[in-house]
Design a protein around this ligand. Sequence first.
Ligand code: GAR
Length: 216
Amino acid sequence: MSKKNIAVLVSGGGTNLQSLLDCQEKGMFGESRITAVISSKEGVFALERAKRHGVPGFVLPRKSYPDIASYSKALADLLEEQKADLVVLAGFLTIFDEQVFLRFPYRILNIHPALIPSFCGKGYYGLHVHEAALKKGVKISGATVHFVTPECDAGPIVLQKAVAVLDDDTPETLQRRIMEQAEWKILPEAVRLFCEDRITVKNGRTYIDNDKGESL
Ligand code: GAR
């Protein structure tokens, strides 16, 4: 297991970032460290969380760049400058193009607040995901951690966790339950597996090596 630099990309409150910081402090990632937090928005609380934990924060606003290509280049350049071995999208709501994937192939993890392939793809982010799940009337939703590939929310799935949908749920209550019961658990778990070199990607699927540690 090598020591990895982890860059976390955020756009908002950063509760998933907080779960990663807390897990790091409990020693879950071994020698690997969250070495940079990059936000697509200025003034978000996620940057404050980074500061409180002594992690350098960077702001890369989408509106400062004329198009997605120049934004993607700037993002990939910054990630390289920061020597990121793993990039974690933790509520990062800004679209980038395949340049970033090509420079960090199967080194970018994303947390999505639904059971992919349900309620995912363009337009499905944040509360919109939970609104769509409630409108459809699904009885189970959840969260998915997957590798990022050029196609939105379509990369190899690493971990998923199901969460019950209740009759009286609002998008907000469902979002909170999925965060508490699924996102804040499976995202750090996936980061741990990556840091321990236990995830293999083959033919669009992931395989987790359970021989190197306790079973999942
Ligand atoms: C989380 O629910 C995350 O799964 C979602 O945004 C929220 C960010 O919350 N991400 C997406 O919808 C990506 N398509 P946080 O800033 O408190 O971690």
